[in-house]
Ligand binder design. Sequence first.
Ligand code: TPP
Ligand code: DXP
Ligand code: MG
Length: 623
Amino acid sequence: MKLLENIDSPADVRKLARTQLTPLAHELRSYLLDSVSKTGGHLSSNLGTVELTVALHYVFNTPHDRIVWDVGHQTYSHKILTGRRERMHTLRQLNGISGFPKRDESEYDTFGTAHSSTSISAALGMAQAAKIKGEHRHAIAVIGDGSMTAGMAFEALNNAGVQEDVNLLVILNDNDMSISPPVGALNRYLARLMSGQFYAAAKNVGKSVLPGPVLELAKRLEEHAKGMVVPATMFEEFGFNYIGPIDGHDLESLIPTLQNIKQLKGPQFLHVVTKKGQGYKLAEADPVLYHGPGKFNPAEGFKPAVASGKVTYTEVFGNWLCDMAAADKRLVGITPAMREGSGMVGFEQKFPDRYFDVGIAEQHAVTFGAGLACEGLKPVVAIYSTFLQRGYDQLIHDVALQNLDVTFALDRAGLVGADGATHAGNYDMAYLRCIPNMVVMAASDENECRQMLTTGYQYQGPAAIRYPRGAGAGAAIKPELTTIEIGKGEIKRKGQKIAILAFGSMVAPAVAAGVALDATVANMRFVKPLDVELVKQLAAEHDYLVTVEEGSIMGGAGSAVAEALAAEGIVKPLQMLGLPDKFIDHGDPAKLLASVGLDAAGITASIKQRHAAAEPRLVVNNG
Ligand SMILES: Cc1ncc(C[n+]2csc(CCOP(=O)(O)OP(=O)(O)O)c2C)c(N)n1
Ligand SMILES: CC(=O)[C@@H](O)[C@H](O)COP(=O)(O)O
Ligand SMILES: [Mg+2]
């Protein structure tokens, strides 16, 4: 690590001779592999962007020039070169560095990302700001081929292409992969572009941009194709100067090309071709497995842990989807580019004609489901809670307003752990329960999750079932496709004075707290429609009510209880526990929950603290 150990900022990279950059990239790749194998993280994408990162920091004057990394899951080399090498062992852990760019982590992280397809908009904003302020700087968006499929990327291209005098460079990092193999017409288009690559390069770039060997080939092909009318690339039609494709692992191509582009004015589009997992054979062979592995021994490779008799909620959903599809031919499954994460691999294999990966296109996924529902099919949109935020207007305007029969399977509800605040599903209860026609359920265990999925599916209208990342406690799952009564909760234990009204993942810790406090505990099951009769009964039989949810307190399920009490004219002390009004960073999920008082001990302590002053006898069973 002779070179890397002396790199504390990109200025140190820029001091190196050109000939030292390839050895630096080799060191960087080894460091990356070693580091991610110890922490877990997004490996394949990072292995693929080593040379691009070195080249960008070498050619551009960062942080004066702005690099915006789309998704930001490929920024580990960038972190290592920008002064965070020694902190890589803390990656994605409590109080450690983030797995994504964060403005408050480094001045080199010019824009926080993690949800995809924002980079072109943000970089365009920066480029336009530089123009308005009379500052000479470059703004560079680095976006993957998967992320390029989202509408937002095209909205930005559409706008950028007419802003003729901005110093914007869009770099398409084309590795022919999303998390899973890429889908859609854009992917086919990029493949076609690749097949005619050198001709496109010669036609559009001009002699000064491409380095010698590439240009020579281009010239020969240009001569060969003389007389042919070649259409402009799509990106040129958008108003960009299209350059490429070039080999994104070859610093001898990357560096002169970027140096030449730096001299050009107006929106530039550079198409680089990389390999996901580059340099680590196992990841090259299986980039999906190595997209986001846990810790592993690089000599042996990543071996996904075999759960001890437990299934994840994702698997509960995947199994349910297959069973329901077998029972009902109208079922159609939709994922916005999260086949593995949403547990739909088995469904795709068994029901390929009813499986739709629509690309990174959450808005489209929702409205596509609406269209299917209009024609009597029964779409199930499997989507992470955090990503449904992207499809919110579509959910209201296209689905709920027309009371269409679309089921939403909301995975990753609540805190998610290593991905942190960007991926936490903290808001769905608040943002869904205010929408007319919606049924909103929170699963408290695996079997209830299956029942809720069936209930939501059978309900003739929009329904959402939220469930957390990972495995539950290991509840036995009944194979039948049974439903539960809509709008009905259940009492889990009877106690005195205090009633804890728990939602979803908080039922188990609430029961433990209930035992410690001799409190009644209800599994409310439905955020909407709320079981108002149960709320009234609990209020009548107890002195204090406490709500607990793994979601934002503001506007969430506890607020629904407060509204119900107010509507019924019931005045009763009410304590609302849940996620506070702040973003919660990455870390071990159990530790994060404990940090906000949402484990059994925290719930118990909060209740004791609130009520002990009013009633000292309440301090019972220090459990
Ligand atoms: C809005 C949104 N939807 C889904 C995701 C999940 N996601 C993260 S990376 C990724 C694939 C991105 O593909 P690409 O941009 O080509 O980058 P690569 O992984 O190939 O490096 C997806 C679907 C996300 N981060 N944001
Ligand atoms: C970067 C991104 O958005 C995904 O790769 C995400 O990190 C996956 O999260 P899960 O591991 O919870 O599926
Ligand atoms: Mg890709």
